[in-house]
Write a protein that binds this ligand. Structure first.
Ligand SMILES: N[C@@H](CCC(=O)N[C@@H](CS)C(=O)NCC(=O)O)C(=O)O
Length: 200
């Protein structure tokens, strides 16, 4: 059985929990106390971070790598596009999300310097407003089909209030899109009690 080592408030762990529930397979989630990290976390991941996925002798870390593995191991419903061209594009989007958005999410998660946090909020606000026109036409990031790109973005969209990020009116389509994701049964099942209270 797959075991996911997960942080109860960690947006990257939430991505993996979401995919595990979406696939509807057998797995176990082990909550890791990040303020009192067990030694085996550093053994399994040299960067000392969650999420970590263990399946027999396979140990994986990095949420997007874990999620692509789960998607290939349990193909239904398929979350990466089947077509190689679209899959290439999807991977590039995932890379850009990390560089342009989740680098700032990490700043906010670390909750350090207030100036750096304000800059991170501003950058997220701008990036989400920039992609907003996509959702005037598209139901999800890639069109009609829910995909890994939606999984990757969802934990940030869920945390906007929690991070004290208010989007401008121009970004209203993003929030409508977010609601579509939040209604998915797997999204709801994957929320931890600490995540449930992040959004009112
Ligand atoms: N790029 C990583 C980021 C994972 C990450 O930042 N995890 C944080 C919790 S949200 C963590 O484990 N922090 C503990 C530490 O760095 O000591 C991924 O996508 O999995």
């Amino acid at each position: 059985m797959m075991v996911l080592y997960s942080g109860t408030t960690c947006p990257f762990s939430q991505r993996c929990r979401f995919v595990l529930f979406e696939k509807g397979m057998d797995f176990e989630v082990k909550d890791v106390d990040l303020f009192n990290k067990p030694d085996d976390i550093n053994v399994m991941n040299p960067y000392g971070q969650v999420p970590i996925l263990v399946e027999r002798d396979l140990v994986l870390y990095e949420s997007n790598i874990i999620n692509e593995y789960i998607d290939e191991r349990f193909p239904h419903p398929q979350l990466m596009p089947a077509d190689p061209v679209m899959r290439g594009r999807a991977r590039l989007f995932l890379f850009n999300f990390e560089r342009e958005l989740f680098v700032h999410v990490t700043t906010l998660e670390k909750a350090g310097n207030p100036k750096a946090m304000e800059k991170a909020r501003q950058a997220i606000r701008e990036q989400l407003t920039q992609i907003s026109p996509i959702f005037v036409k598209n139901k999800f990031m890639l069109g009609e089909e829910f995909s890994m790109l939606d999984v990757a973005l969802a934990p940030l969209l869920w945390r906007l209030q929690h991070y004290e990020i208010e989007l401008p009116k121009a970004a209203a389509p993003v929030m409508k899109y977010a609601e579509r994701i939040f209604q998915k049964p797997a999204f709801i099942e994957a929320l931890t009690p600490s995540e449930k209270v992040m959004r009112r």
